[in-house]
Design a protein around this ligand. Structure first.
Ligand code: MG
Length: 199
């Protein structure tokens, strides 16, 4: 089984690679997530390119909190598909039960990464279910994406928030103003992390 090829490891690179692997295996491309980002942001930034959207999706997916949520959610979907969960959790996840909202709670841990602006975007795509989300919500395929639909919407929402923060920082830079605190903090955190990470 392919699952066995991914050894459990706390190594960041392995977690990042597993995240990409499982998103791909579950049929979700970065481009499709980027399309959701474009849909959410093009009205505010008419010059926004798909490359920028893809880059921001990649940056969101590079965060460990996000990777943890993606892997946990996909794992539960796969176990539900294989009928391996105990009852009644099996039935709740299998049927995407209306009163079961843990999938959305898990998705919030992704949305949270870039602040509250992500909540609006998440709510919007969750209600509209455009593009890839429509496919993930198709209950006739035999696949279970109870968690993945929320996760994909949340990654797109977080990437949208990241763009909003970045654009603000760009504007401030143009005006010679200091960066917004969250960007400065993130830059500092990233450079600290990059120093400690092996190549
Ligand atoms: Mg769901």
């Amino acid at each position: 089984m392919t699952d066995a090829k991914i050894p459990y490891s706390l190594n960041s690179k392995a977690v990042a690679e597993a995240t990409r692997f499982w998103l791909h295996k579950r049929g979700v491309t970065l481009e499709e997530i980027a399309e959701l980002v474009m849909l959410l942001q093009k009205k505010y930034y008419p010059n926004l390119t798909m490359e920028e959207c893809i880059h921001n999706v990649e940056m969101v997916l590079s965060k460990r909190e996000v990777q943890n949520a993606v892997l946990t959610g996909i794992q539960l979907d796969v176990l539900a598909e294989e009928g391996k969960l105990f009852s009644p959790l099996q039935d709740m996840i299998e049927n995407d039960e209306g009163l079961y909202g843990v999938d959305e709670i898990l998705a919030f841990s992704i949305v949270n990464v870039y602040g509250s602006i992500g909540f609006t975007n998440y709510g919007y795509v969750d209600k509209l279910k455009p593009g890839v989300l429509e496919r993930l919500n198709d209950k006739t395929t035999g696949q279970i994406h109870t968690y993945l639909d929320d996760i994909v919407g949340a990654v797109a929402a977080a990437a949208s928030s990241r763009i909003a923060h970045r654009k603000q920082a760009e504007r401030e830079e143009e005006l010679g103003l200091p960066h917004a605190p969250e960007d400065a903090e993130e830059a500092a955190r990233r450079s600290r992390l990059e120093e400690t990470l092996p190549e």
